[in-house]
Design a protein around this ligand. Sequence first.
Ligand SMILES: C[S@@+](CC[C@H](N)C(=O)[O-])C[C@H]1O[C@@H](n2cnc3c(N)ncnc32)[C@H](O)[C@@H]1O
Length: 204
Amino acid sequence: MALRTIDVPSSIKKFDLSDSAESLIDLANDRIEAFMLADQTVLENFVTCDFHLLDQTLTWIRENHLMTGDRFCELGSGFGVAAMLAALQGMQAVGIETEPVLVSQSSDLADDQQNTAKFYCGSFIPPEFELQSENAADAEHLRTEDVDVYEAHGFSMADFDLFFAYPWPNEYPFFNELFQANAADGALLLTYRGREGMNLVRKT
Ligand SMILES: C[S@@+](CC[C@H](N)C(=O)[O-])C[C@H]1O[C@@H](n2cnc3c(N)ncnc32)[C@H](O)[C@@H]1O
């Protein structure tokens, strides 16, 4: 199995966001700011992606029928905004996050917005995979000692059609390896890469 890159055109930035996406992003940004100011614990691995660009990319993926199904998984979901934007676009969305306080914040935000995204606490890295990975040593920001969230909730990476993650630059090979080893054939991996924008690959 190989990974095939799908170019995401810069013209997606012209897409308008729905009113519901705009209001979710506004509320999420307010809550993230309040959380960062109030919380004494520094969560150094929690950084947010460009939510507007993400929603525009999801619109483009959907309008071009690139997904083989409608199941979406945010790997390291933070405040869960990507999963909630995917849910607003009609996807069955989940987020997996290792920090309990962030799982709690994202679940509260989803409840308050009557958003269908679900959030699970644990590591998105299946335990057996971490031991085998050649690139695991470079994935220093990824916590992996948690319970097996897939086993605990009765699903696996092979169940999803689109994954989203915001990795640190040295973690790109690890995410590609994780995706290639565990996702279903035809699934997509979308990663936010800062100034480089969005990167999309399909497992073929
Ligand atoms: C860069 S932040 C991205 C947050 C969110 N996806 C976004 O784009 O706004 C990465 C998140 O992954 C979480 N994380 C790191 N390693 C993880 C792991 N092995 N399993 C689950 N979450 C993890 C961190 O706690 C952090 O919230």
